[in-house]
Design a protein around this ligand. Structure first.
Ligand code: C2O
Length: 477
């Protein structure tokens, strides 16, 4: 029993009566409140013999044996995320959300029904989807049960080194601190997509492409972790909240299929409280924060403001082109230097480097490390004070991936500490992009990019996360 919930229920019920804006669907019947039944376990604590793994393997085999028109079949489930199959498409195909504020919520709904289908198909009604806790150094390899060639959890359609166990995720690729540090939902849901996309790219093969990624059994363990990070982001407090006052965010409805193959719909208000509404928690997670759509919470929403401080004049007439080699774009800050310095030193605002209109013709098969002010002769290392972060082309900006995956991508990185350091040394900023890859036997690999990357604009911006004036959102008594 969740004790704090009862008290909250009482407080909220008073508010609800006053605003009379309660709909039956979203209202929770207090008698239905119970502790969550399912615990999603860290795969690092499981073995190939654990029931979570053997039941998953059984379900994969059973789902693959269903006709592909059955919405519970392995290929149909994957196609809901994305498919290369030509349309006319079946219901809900290609509906995954990337580069949008629906990223976390859409994937939560998707996993929720996938999990129900796995329960039914395995006959293991206590099954809960484990998570790949990839931020941990101890879990930087692909979990071992996915590397066993005889297991249904295996596919050859991955990076060969990840599949053999010699490959591992570089620490910079899986660093979530920028996203978790964000206060506004809009920033967090965008910035978390960066480490998430790096993992896709690093696993490679099917996982590197939104149209094929959900065919790989590791996809769901990966997203279980991404979903857990939503809970963790909220649990940090500091005013973090879901955009429950945003009509657009609440208003979109998606269709999935349940364990009977019956179409079901959900919206963001249905997935705000994983334990209460969806009946699961994560192993070792802090207490979940319960958010509510119906009730007008008396805290105003975050106003996220991002203003351009400086637009970099690009060296050529077209976009900056990055091939397989490290590339630097120097810049003259001119009289903007004081403004930039001020934002970099600010305690409340963040200086952000924005890479905008980023596109490639086809999946380049590399990740990109971003540095600001890395001295020319220095080896790039993610321990450098000039390292900003790593991004990958996943789900956005890839021209041959149809309308769903080709819209130009934007990437943001925190730049304050690097700018402060290099201005102190009296050096001019330069942006350095280093195409990179997974670690092989613990050492950086240098894969060749299969296509040039184009960056249409580079800028410094100032991000301000502030609360809206309280009077505007307080319900009238
Ligand atoms: Cu919708 Cu990680 O992909």
């Amino acid at each position: 029993m969740n004790r704090s919930w009862n008290r909250r229920q009482f407080v909220l019920a008073g508010g609800a009566a006053a605003t009379a804006a309660v709909t039956a669907k979203s209202w929770i019947n207090p008698t239905s409140v119970k502790a969550a039944t399912f615990t999603r376990m860290d795969v690092g604590n499981l073995t190939a013999a654990s029931s979570q793994i053997t039941s998953y393997a059984k379900a994969i085999t059973a789902m693959k044996a269903l006709p592909s028109t059955d919405p519970r079949s392995w290929s149909y489930q994957a196609a809901i995320h994305g498919t290369t199959a030509p349309c006319p498409c079946l219901t809900s195909w290609n509906t995954c959300e990337h580069g949008t504020e629906f990223f976390w919520s859409w994937h939560r709904m998707y996993l929720y029904y996938f999990e129900k289908i796995v329960r039914r198909m395995s006959g293991d009604y206590g099954w809960a989807l484990p998570y790949w806790n990839w931020q941990l150094a101890s879990e930087s390899q692909l979990p071992s049960m996915f590397r066993d060639k005889t297991s249904p959890l295996y596919t050859v359609n991955r990076d060969a080194n990840m599949n053999s166990g010699s490959g591992s995720l570089p620490p910079g690729d899986v660093n979530c601190s920028f996203a978790l540090g964000d206060l506004a939902f809009t920033s967090a849901v965008e910035d978390i997509q960066n480490p998430h996309g790096n993992v896709h790219e690093d696993v490679g093969g099917w996982m590197a492409n939104i149209q094929t990624s959900a065919q790989d059994p590791i996809f769901y363990f990966h997203h279980s972790n991404v979903d857990r990070l939503w809970d963790i982001w909220l649990a940090q407090g500091g005013g973090r909240s879901d955009p429950t006052g945003d009509a657009t965010w609440k208003g979109k409805t998606y269709t999935f299929f349940d364990e009977n193959g019956t179409a079901v719909t959900m919206n963001d208000c249905d997935v705000l409280r994983a334990a209460q509404q969806l009946n699961y928690t994560y192993q070792n997670e802090p207490a979940q924060v319960n958010e509510y759509c119906v009730i007008r919470i008396k805290i105003p929403p975050w106003l996220l403001q991002e203003v351009i401080v400086f637009d970099w004049p690009l060296p050529g007439p077209g976009p900056v082109e990055v091939n397989s080699d490290r590339l630097s774009v120097p810049v003259e800050l001119g009289d903007k230097i004081k403004d930039i310095q001020a934002v970099a030193a600010s305690k409340t605002d963040k200086l952000i480097v924005v890479l905008d209109s980023v596109q490639v013709d086809t999946q380049p098969g590399v990740t990109y490390q971003v540095y600001l002010g890395l001295p020319e002769g220095d080896e790039p290392t993610t321990k450098s004070p000039y390292y900003l972060g790593t991004f990958s082309m996943f789900g956005m900006g890839i021209k041959d991936q149809g309308p769903h995956g080709s819209m130009p991508a934007t990437f943001r990185f925190p730049a304050g500490p690097a700018v402060t350091a290099l201005l102190k040394e009296n050096r001019k900023p330069s942006l350095t992009i280093v195409p990179s890859g997974i670690l092989i036997d613990g050492k950086p690999s240098k894969p060749k990019a299969k296509a040039p990357l184009h960056i249409g604009a580079i800028r410094f911006s100032k991000r301000t996360e502030a609360r809206a004036p309280i009077s505007k959102v307080q319900p009238k008594p």
